[in-house]
Design a protein around this ligand. Structure first.
Ligand SMILES: N[C@@H](CCC(=O)N[C@@H](CS)C(=O)NCC(=O)O)C(=O)O
Length: 275
């Protein structure tokens, strides 16, 4: 059992976010202890400013208060690509570095900027149109006080996300095409029997594809995901179809195998419990 004083990091998270999952994964690979502050979207606008203050920056697809945010021995940091590189420098030796091959950083950036937003749009298009599913996510991923506030928040949250991420039927269709193209590229890469995207060594490119793309196969906590995602047999028709289909693709199966076999072990248990 980890002592509270031995926990070096606090992770501010929109709990189910695939960007956050990248950072949980990097931390868990070395069982680095961290305390998570799990949030629902929009609730993060209340908590994130306490951590990032005026230092947060926007990028093409997120605000200056986006999660993940970590607070650790060297201060506060946001944006998953920078956090992953920082944690790698700090906690991984040369041989096990996730960025040993320079292409790992390039691909991490690429998947984060060009695949993650499409996966997220498909996800939100479905859950925001299914109040029972967003309620399910809230119930499973955050604590009692947010759950109680949630009913009041829902319509504000829905409006804010639909507007800011341009979640329309037309854009969601384009995002689905885009996701399939990226899965096809990985299907092709894996044809030569390589175990990982860059060859023999597991790298940040693998974690990044598994999260930015693989999250759409809806891995459960039992399958290795560090939060609860929508149910595979839930009421979200489009999401369910794409998820099931991609689960059967070589890249989808491979991403799920990374969650099963390379996801690392969490040192401090998640709260609320994911089961
Ligand atoms: N490029 C950012 C993207 C992070 C991101 O979009 N996070 C989402 C999680 S769903 C978020 O917090 N969005 C709300 C916001 O941007 O305020 C990263 O890699 O950290």
């Amino acid at each position: 059992m980890t002592n509270q004083s031995d926990i070096p990091y606090t992770l501010v998270s929109i709990r189910f976010s695939h960007y956050v999952e990248k950072i949980r994964w990097v931390l868990d690979l070395n069982s680095t202890p961290f305390r998570e502050i799990p949030l629902m979207p929009v609730a993060h606008f209340v908590v994130s400013p306490i951590y990032v203050g005026l230092s947060g920056k926007t990028d093409g697809h997120s605000t200056r208060f986006s999660t993940p945010i970590i607070k650790g021995p060297d201060g506060v940091m946001s944006k998953s690509t920078s956090i992953a590189q920082y944690l790698d420098n700090k906690h991984f030796d040369k041989a096990s570095s996730l960025f040993k091959d320079p292409k790992a950083a390039e691909l991490d950036m690429y998947y984060t900027n060009y695949l993650g937003p499409h996966t997220r749009r498909l996800f939100y298009y479905n859950v925001l149109n299914q109040p029972s599913e967003i309620r399910f996510l809230c119930e499973k991923n955050v604590g009692m006080s947010q759950r109680l506030l949630f009913n009041g928040f829902f319509s504000v949250m829905r409006k804010q996300i639909i507007g800011s991420l341009r979640v329309s039927e037309k854009n969601t269709k384009k995002s689905i095409d885009y996701i399939y193209q990226e899965f096809d590229k990985v299907n092709d890469l894996l044809k030569d029997g390589r175990p990982f995207i860059l060859g023999d060594q597991f790298s940040m490119a693998d974690i990044s594809f598994a999260c930015m793309g693989g999250a759409i196969t809806l891995p459960t906590p039992e399958e290795g995901y560090g939060a609860v995602l929508p149910r595979l047999n839930g009421p979200n028709n489009t999401l369910r179809e794409v998820s099931r289909d991609l689960r059967d693709s070589p890249a989808g199966k491979w991403a799920l195998s990374l969650f099963a076999n390379h996801r690392g072990k969490r040192a401090v248990h998640a709260k609320p419990n994911l089961s």
